[in-house]
Design a protein around this ligand. Structure first.
Ligand code: ZN
Length: 262
């Protein structure tokens, strides 16, 4: 498998996500031409809006069922196509349905195997887990096109245990939640966090590794391919370490030789 070109689609509602810099990072890491694209939904129409609204999740304890969208839900989707900042409440979407809908937005000419599309979106992709019979937020759906959810990066890996315990007791006692958030600031990634781009590099690596090798994730926290379940692990693997483990560094070197000796 050889990729001839990678496309990165911007999510303008998160200005801390520097897609230009991410393009350079990918180009330098894999020696593959990378092109920055506008938000994937910027040219989408009402049909797409209706399909997206149909894959909303309302009951996290039930496997996917197509939803019959209301006029308001379709209009909401359309409004986010023009301005993705319009999202106030977090809406959950079935990640695989979402991925399929996004794939229909890419022209036939560009859906060849040697072109990889990586789509950033602030919409929250979720997948139903058969092991505990419920939906979970996902930061990344590895496929082509691959989906990286900026909301998923913030919401899917769990915050420190103490944060939730204090949140619960604060709600009961009526203590200011903002003060509590300040206490934990820095221990997890926030919306509009300066560290967003650096953390996103890890998810982009996971997508590309998956496409090239069939394996996206690494067990080791010492590796940027680690599939973090906790925010602390995410920040550790992506920022404190910021490297691949020895095994995956070798894989990367093998992949680069492939590219440099066609
Ligand atoms: Zn690794």
């Amino acid at each position: 498998m050889k990729i001839l070109k990678i496309f990165l689609y911007d999510e303008p509602s998160v200005p801390e996500l520097k897609v230009d810099e991410l393009c350079k990072f990918v180009q330098d890491t894999f020696s593959v031409p990378v092109e920055k694209r506008k938000n994937i939904f910027s040219l989408a129409n009402e049909k797409t809006a209706s399909k997206l609204a149909s894959c909303r999740i309302f009951n996290t304890r039930k496997p996917f069922e197509t939803h019959s969208p209301t006029k308001e839900e379709i209009e909401f989707e359309l409004a986010t196509f023009y301005d993705s900042k319009k999202t106030e409440n977090i809406v959950m979407y079935d990640g695989f349905e979402f991925q399929r809908i996004v794939s229909e937005l890419i022209s036939d000419y560009e859906t060849t195997l040697d072109k990889l599309h990586i789509v950033f979106t602030n919409k929250l992709t979720c997948t139903y887990d058969d092991s505990d019979y419920r939906y979970h937020g996902r930061a990344v759906i590895c496929s082509n096109p691959a989906i990286i959810s900026t909301t998923g990066i913030v919401e899917a890996p769990a915050k420190p245990r103490g944060y939730y315990l204090e949140l619960i007791s604060n709600v009961v006692q009526g203590v200011n939640v903002e003060t509590m958030k300040k206490k934990y600031q820095g221990t997890y990634l926030e919306y509009n966090d300066k560290r967003f781009s650096a953390v996103s590099e890890g998810y982009v690596l996971q997508v590309i590794f998956y496409y090239l090798t069939g394996e996206a994730f690494c067990e080791s926290r010492e590796c940027r391919l680690n599939n973090a379940h906790w925010q602390s692990d995410l920040l550790y693997s992506q920022l404190e370490k910021g490297k691949l483990c020895g095994k995956h560094q070798k894989v990367l070197e093998q992949l680069s030789t492939l590219y440099n000796n066609p």
